[in-house]
Design a protein around this ligand. Structure first.
Ligand code: LMR
Length: 320
């Protein structure tokens, strides 16, 4: 059986971590693309030299040419610049939008049948622009955000309750920005929804509110610690879970920035919602019932994403 081909566009910290995970999980052969001379080649060779120790079989190569991604089954896009302390993700819009244009064209030309996962910030607006620039079907282009935000939420909850991360489920919806919406009612410890855990006295509403805010600030917390860049281990592993669900037709239910066409009363925009990812790409958008504050929070977040989309249209009128 032929191995899958996975193209990683951007060979920075996330790109390198993605390549490592693809190798360790034997998801396929890796083509690491970057415009920086030598970096993708160096990282690919370094990782290939680790394969005999780990015992994984994968061909890893680096390139500066889009031609090398030809026929990729999955393309994961991390190209662009990360934020620095004091910046918001939205500050990256102008520079990263230009990057999405050239990446979108490269994918359209060489990997039009791929399942594309975008990680570049500001996420929801960038994945929307990437889909438009590439012209790929909207169900084959998704943004990685909700899996990461939900994983952070799960981790903080597991610490608070002193339980295994495996027994904590959580959902974070909305845009991947300061307005994201961690949903307490749809998050559980051992199957028990968080509001019930407050009623049972296992935690307090105040503590829960602090965890929710820490989740919203999760990206900035890492940027503040690293100083020279943003998170890469958790973003990479989150994107790999999406790629794996596609390649193995796992049909996982994952919160991702997905193209909405009527769902949640929204059209032609990307925002974080639960979706089913299988061999058909985005096979279903799950419309969960949002109430009261949840609904208001989601609407506010949608408004913020729309503002960023308008800014993109202002820079690149062809996106309108
Ligand atoms: C994250 O959430 O870690 C990423 O979006 C990177 C960032 O700038 O916060």
């Amino acid at each position: 059986m032929a191995r899958n081909k996975i193209a990683l566009v951007g060979a920075g910290q996330i790109g390198g971590t993605l390549a490592h995970l693809v190798g360790l999980k034997e998801l396929g052969d890796v083509v690491l693309f970057d415009i920086a001379e030598g970096i993708p080649q160096g990282k690919a060779l370094d990782l290939a030299e680790s394969a005999p120790v780990e015992g994984f079989n994968a061909k890893l190569s680096g390139t500066q040419s889009y031609e090398a991604i030809a026929g990729a089954d999955v393309v994961i896009v991390t190209a662009g610049v990360p934020r620095k302390p004091g910046m918001s993700r939205d500050d990256l819009l102008g520079i990263n939008l230009k990057v999405m244009e050239s990446v979108g064209k490269g994918i359209a030309e060489y990997a039009p049948n791929a399942f594309v996962i975008c990680i570049t910030n500001p996420l929801d607006a960038m994945v929307w622009a990437l889909q438009k620039f590439s012209g790929l079907p909207a169900n084959k282009v998704v943004g990685m955000a909700g899996v990461l935000d939900s994983s952070r939420f799960r981790y903080f909850l597991s610490e608070e309750f002193g339980v295994s991360v495996e027994d904590v489920t959580a959902f974070v919806l909305g845009g991947h920005g300061d307005t994201m919406v961690p949903l307490a009612r749809y998050s559980t410890v051992g199957g028990i929804p968080l509001p019930d855990l407050v009623k049972m006295g296992w935690t307090t509403q105040e503590k829960l509110d602090q965890i929710i805010q820490r989740t919203r600030d999760g990206g900035a917390e890492i940027v503040g610690l690293l100083k020279t860049g943003s998170a890469f281990y958790a973003p990479a592993t989150s994107a790999i879970s999406m790629a794996e669900s596609y390649l193995k037709d796992k049909k996982r239910v994952l919160p991702c920035a997905a193209h909405l066409n009527g769902e949640y009363g929204l059209s032609d925009m990307y925002v974080g919602v639960p979706i089913v990812i299988g061999a058909g790409g985005v096979e279903k958008v799950i419309e969960i019932d949002l109430q009261g504050e949840e609904k208001a929070g989601f609407e506010k977040s949608v408004g913020a994403v729309k503002g960023l989309m308008d800014a993109c249209k202002g820079i690149k009128p062809e996106l309108a």
